[in-house]
Design a protein around this ligand. Structure first.
Ligand code: SF4
Length: 371
């Protein structure tokens, strides 16, 4: 555990926090793009230890949260078919569609199976040649290489009964999309270290320059996060809209080129709708034409027509854009809890609403509201 304990070192974190306090002179709004970072910040209490000038807002970096409701409905429709075995990571099963989730399909007798890798789904396909096995390929650039490899393996093994329901999104376009919104006021970004471990950070300098916003590649442990915030505050205070890497142990400028090549071979960029945010140009991946036979929406064209509306109660779109904190949602902790989630940001283990609920950041606020 030496490796992790170094990055959870309380003494070092306190020193970095003292440096942040000594550096900051005015208010800054900082967005951590990744839901994994949100959870780490809440769990370690960093949000409460930072000087009051620094406000952390939470971004759209949770693949479960941003999967559009119509994709959930399409997954539900596929999973309800008697000729389909639907496979997915577990946290997608509870995400509410417009009327049902995948768990309710499973409870009603649908063959919905939780897998830990797309390779598990391939094995299920090999073992069940009389069914079509659909894998729910969600995620950012982090999961895209493994999903692309699964498609390549299906082709290499000439598996005819394997398909993917693709809902891949990519980070740099959503940063650009957020910066284009007048209501979104963010002074600097903590870029998600695991995404950059795959993609590098060569896509970020043009964004930093265009939107005059510094971006710091940041890891996930308390020391990583404090280092990333310190670097970002230093850039903000110096008026430098630059990109810096505070996660050097895992990330290089160019990233993992073989992984990028696999993504490039199987997927192409496309416009993607983000749940709660809307359509962002060229912010997703779809299968290339050469792999069309592995596309579940083409194999079952009737599900590709499904459209759906969001619940009017849930403001998770505003939460994902850093425009509202979870506890500002009237349903938070009342109608909406992890046991009774109304929106994806409460369902997902990386969702901001779930993080606030789990680590009790709402209790003081609700106590004040009730006084
Ligand atoms: S608390 Fe629930 S209803 Fe409110 S924004 Fe979060 S997920 Fe949506």
């Amino acid at each position: 555990m030496k490796y992790l304990t170094e990055y959870r070192d309380g003494e070092l974190t306190r020193k970095l926090l003292a440096e942040i306090r000594a550096t900051v002179t005015r208010p800054w709004r900082i967005m951590e793009v990744c839901g994994g970072q949100t959870h780490s910040i809440m769990k370690s209490g960093l949000d409460q230890l930072l000087p009051p000038e620094i406000e952390l807002v939470h971004g759209p970096g949770c693949p479960v949260c941003v999967t559009p409701v119509e994709l959930i409905d399409r997954a539900v429709a596929l999973a309800s078919r008697p000729d389909v075995i639907f496979t997915s990571y577990g946290d997608m099963l509870r995400v509410p569609g417009s009327s049902r989730d995948l768990f309710s399909v499973k409870a009603a007798g649908g063959d919905v199976r939780i897998v830990y890798s797309p390779l598990d789904a391939l094995k299920i396909a090999r073992d069940n040649p009389d069914k079509t096995v659909v894998f729910f390929a969600i995620g950012f650039e982090t999961t895209a290489p493994a999903n692309a490899m699964a498609v390549l393996q299906a082709r290499a093994q000439d598996l005819q009964n394997f398909a993917v329901l693709v809902s891949h999104v990519t980070v740099p376009p959503v940063i650009a999309g957020l910066m284009e919104e007048a209501e979104v006021q963010v002074d600097g970004f903590l870029a998600a270290g695991h995404v950059c471990a795959v993609m590098g950070y060569w896509e970020y300098p043009p964004l930093a320059e265009k939107y005059r916003v510094p971006i710091v590649v940041t890891g996930f442990e308390p020391v990583d996060l404090a280092r990333g915030i310190l670097k970002l505050v230093q850039l903000l205070e110096a008026g430098q809209a630059e990109v810096a890497n505070a996660y050097e142990r895992s990330v290089t400028l160019e990233g993992n080129r073989p992984a990028q090549a696999v993504i490039e071979q199987v997927f192409e960029r496309c416009d993607r709708k983000w749940r709660g945010i809307g359509m962002i140009p060229m912010s997703g991946y779809r299968l290339r034409e050469a792999f069309a036979r592995y596309d579940a929406e083409r194999r079952f064209p009737e599900v590709g027509q499904i459209a759906a509306e969001e619940s009017s109660l849930c403001i998770s779109g505003l939460v994902l854009q850093g425009r509202r904190k979870p506890f500002e949602c009237p349903a938070f902790g009342r109608q909406c809890t992890p046991q009774t989630p109304l929106g994806a940001t409460m369902v997902s283990s990386e969702g901001a609403c779930a993080a606030y609920y789990r680590y009790g950041r709402h209790r003081e606020v609700q106590a004040i509201q009730q006084d």
